[in-house]
Design a protein around this ligand. Structure first.
Ligand code: AMP
Ligand code: MG
Length: 404
């Protein structure tokens, strides 16, 4: 099965999770569940962008340092107060940055362009040294956001700036998509916990840690479960425990290759419908997908690189559908800097990228063994050799999935 056909069978099982309302200050990194429209203008009133004097531009049209225009100062408007009166012809109001423009004024002259000493408070009159255009140093009402406008659309990941907008609009409670809860399972008699000493024949479980981190990277909660032994009883028990947590999906690694699949196959068949697929994908050919008691199940290959690549290709887009975020996988194009052999399956080759004369060149990270996890640490991206191609020639351009 090719990757696209496999994805077409997987993705329809995933729809956006329901919304929950949380406090604005807890919403960093969360996904907005509905469009946010502005309840007020931003700024809510015309205000001064400088410390200075609010004036009528027409009054100071001829002002210069050689021939200052003298205006009567009728008010002092600090930030946070509402002006009590309008200004009339020949009048000015002392005004601070962020303070509300009084009626009658249409411009602000910065204090530096007047003869006033800002620190000595409000003078009876002020000499204006420069002309001002209508609107000078004035931030208009609604200049940033108009009341009623949609400012953020559903599916937006709430970063610092977006949260600031919501704060400015008074949205102290925010509807966000519930976090996906993904059970992460590892299995194999050879596996030890990372804190266990090595013993002959044993390796430490890397996939549990890596897959849980990938889940978090996509904004999900990883539910960790005990490692499964290669026995029916152990596999049954851990899957039962995983299902009892009512996850939105289960992701397990290992036990899907032909030699290894038997116990897993038996248990999966007891719990639901799972297909064992041979995907035209390298690394990561053995792959299982189906539903266990209605919960989507991904059986990823055991080799750590294969597990990571199949996660990126299949699990990641599914998680994005759960959160309602548009796929934001960063793709680019790079020129193979060396011949890279393939075998006709769609290949994801770990490469380092270097920029030269406005072009990206890709060199493999060395061993492409699907067990060599350090190759993923070194890789800037995965160069994709399409289905059917057996050699990527040096000098040819290929799509690259950027990993950083
Ligand atoms: P299997 O699918 O069980 O045959 O596993 C394929 C390969 O992946 C074997 O070399 C396993 O030792 C290795 N492997 C399986 N699970 C893990 C894991 N959690 N961490 C690191 N390597 C693993
Ligand atoms: Mg195994």
């Amino acid at each position: 099965m090719n990757v696209d056909d496999a994805l077409a069978r997987v993705l329809p099982d995933f729809a956006r999770l329901p919304a929950e309302i949380i406090a604005l200050d807890d919403a960093y990194g969360r996904i907005l569940a509905s469009d946010a429209s502005a309840a007020n203008d931003l700024p809510p009133f015309a205000n001064s962008s400088m410390d200075g004097y609010a004036v009528r531009a027409a009054d100071v049209a001829s002002a210069s340092q050689a021939a200052p225009v003298s205006l009567r100062v009728t008010m002092d408007i600090p930030a946070g107060s509402a002006p009590q009166a309008a200004i009339g012809a020949g009048e000015a109001a002392r005004i601070m940055t962020g303070a509300m423009l009084p009626a009658g004024a249409d411009a602000v002259v910065p204090v530096e362009q007047t003869d006033a000493d800002w620190r000595s408070g409000s003078p009876p009159s002020v000499g204006i040294w420069a002309a001002a255009r209508v609107g000078s140093n004035v931030r208009d009402v609604g200049e940033d956001v108009r009341a009623g406008a949609v400012v953020l659309t559903a599916g937006t990941r709430l970063g610092a700036a977006a949260l600031g907008v919501l704060a400015g609009l008074g949205m102290s409670q925010v509807p966000v998509v519930r976090l996906p809860r993904i059970a992460v399972l590892s299995g194999g008699d050879e596996l030890l916990a990372p804190d266990e000493p090595l013993a002959p024949g044993k390796i430490r479980d890397m996939n549990g840690t890596t897959l849980a981190a990938l889940v978090r990277e996509q904004g999900g909660i990883a539910l960790r479960l005990p490692r499964m032994r290669d026995t029916l009883a152990s596999i049954r028990a851990v899957f039962a425990e995983a299902l009892a947590m009512q996850p939105d999906a289960i992701v397990s690694s290992a036990g899907v290759s032909v030699g290894a699949a038997d116990y897993i196959r038996t248990v999966l068949a007891e719990l639901g419908e799972v297909g064992f697929w041979k995907i035209s994908l390298r690394p990561g050919k053995p792959f299982a997908y189906g539903k266990l008691n209605g919960v989507p199940f991904f059986g990823l290959p055991g080799n750590p690189v294969s597990a990571m690549v199949t996660f990126d290709v299949f699990v990641r887009p599914a998680l994005l559908r759960l959160t309602g975020v548009a796929d934001d996988a960063t793709m680019t194009e790079a020129i193979a800097a060396e011949d890279i052999p393939s075998d006709g399956r769609r290949s994801y080759v770990r490469v380092r990228l270097r920029r030269e004369g406005g072009q990206l060149y890709a060199t493999t990270t060395g061993t492409q063994s699907s067990g060599a996890i350090t190759s993923m640490v070194m890789a800037d991206g995965l160069l994709i050799i399409p289905d059917g191609q057996r050699l990527a020639r040096a000098g040819e351009a290929f799509p690259v999935r950027l990993l950083r």
